[in-house]
Write a protein that binds this ligand. Structure first.
Ligand code: CA
Length: 223
């Protein structure tokens, strides 16, 4: 899951970036509104965590531009505690949720999971797919009731494929959702993760769509 974090406070931004990475997100961190606006025009993000008080362009303008381009990904805004006006303006400008500073990382990630759920029209906190159960909150995966050990990236990749079961995801899209900018990515990194997931969940579990990417079939009770 690729997140754009926009926060000009060095300390808070650094803490959030580190924390979100530990929760399995691929995080790109920008420190001003203008570069966030540019990045949102050209890159694919699945979630945005947006501070409102930003240099060069306000968070509200970034948000308004984003929505006026028809981009629908969930946006959570960060506001100062005293500023009710900001929160209202943010929500009215297309934010899906807000947190007031200071806040707890656990609360932020719980809210992000809730936003992802709503965005993918999934009421259940657990993702069930035949014999596989993925718990985004606990960060665990089980097969036929037995926990399976997966790396952070394998978990993120599996999550992405399961949420999009029945749809082909391009290699580029998958790689982008696993890695942030500036991360060293081996050209065959994605294949290695796919290979490991197949070893753990069955060779036929993930289909290779030649020249395009990968997909998982819809779960049997959805067919
Ligand atoms: Ca700020």
């Amino acid at each position: 899951m690729r997140v754009l974090l926009v926060e000009d406070d060095e300390l808070l931004g650094d803490g959030l970036r580190t924390g979100l990475i530990q929760y399995g997100y691929a995080v790109d961190w920008l420190k001003d509104g203008l570069s966030a606006d540019q990045a949102l025009k050209t890159e694919n993000f699945e979630l945005v965590v947006l501070d409102l008080g930003l240099p060069k362009m306000s968070g509200i303008t970034v948000l308004q531009n984003l929505r006026s381009r028809g981009q629908t990904m969930p946006v959570l805004i960060l506001t100062a505690r005293e500023s009710i006006e900001d929160r209202v303006k943010g929500l009215d400008s297309g934010a899906d949720d807000y947190l007031t500073k200071p806040f707890d990382l656990d609360e932020l990630t719980a809210r992000l999971r809730a936003l992802q759920r709503r965005f993918s029209s999934r009421a259940e906190p657990l993702i069930q797919h035949d014999d596989i159960t993925l718990d985004p909150a606990a960060h665990t995966v089980s097969l036929k009731g037995e926990l399976v050990s997966v790396s952070r990236r394998e978990f993120a990749l599996l999550h992405k494929l399961l949420e999009n079961a029945g749809r082909v995801l391009s290699r580029e899209h998958l790689t982008q959702s696993l890695y942030g900018w500036g991360e060293d990515v081996d050209s065959n990194a994605l294949e290695v993760h796919i290979h490991n997931l197949r070893k753990k969940f069955g060779q036929d579990f993930i289909h290779t769509i030649r020249g395009i990417g990968y997909m998982i079939d819809k779960s049997k009770d959805e067919k």
